[in-house]
Design a protein around this ligand. Structure first.
Ligand SMILES: [Zn+2]
Length: 81
């Protein structure tokens, strides 16, 4: 009877330990996904100012001219003529 109690205590201890590990594993995945806020994709969207009106826009949307970057084709023509 004494051994049965010891066995039950050990089984409860193992069950608790496994339960704790399972909740730890469940809580871990969101942590590595939090830092990508400052990931490499955000550095790609660099903001530049239009050489004529100083409007700020992403570099990918800016139109390159001989005197700088412009927000639109109209401003590029206006500044370079
Ligand atoms: Zn402009």
């Amino acid at each position: 009877m004494k051994y049965l109690i010891v066995l039950v205590v050990i089984l409860v201890g193992v069950w608790f330990w496994r339960n704790n590990r399972r909740t730890e594993l469940r809580n871990k995945p969101p942590r590595p996904s939090a830092p990508p806020v400052a990931g490499p994709h955000q550095q790609a969207t660099e903001v530049v100012a239009c050489a004529l009106c100083s409007l700020h826009l992403p570099r990918t949307d800016a139109l390159p001219g001989s005197r700088g970057l412009y927000c639109s084709d109209a401003h590029r023509r206006e500044a370079e003529t």
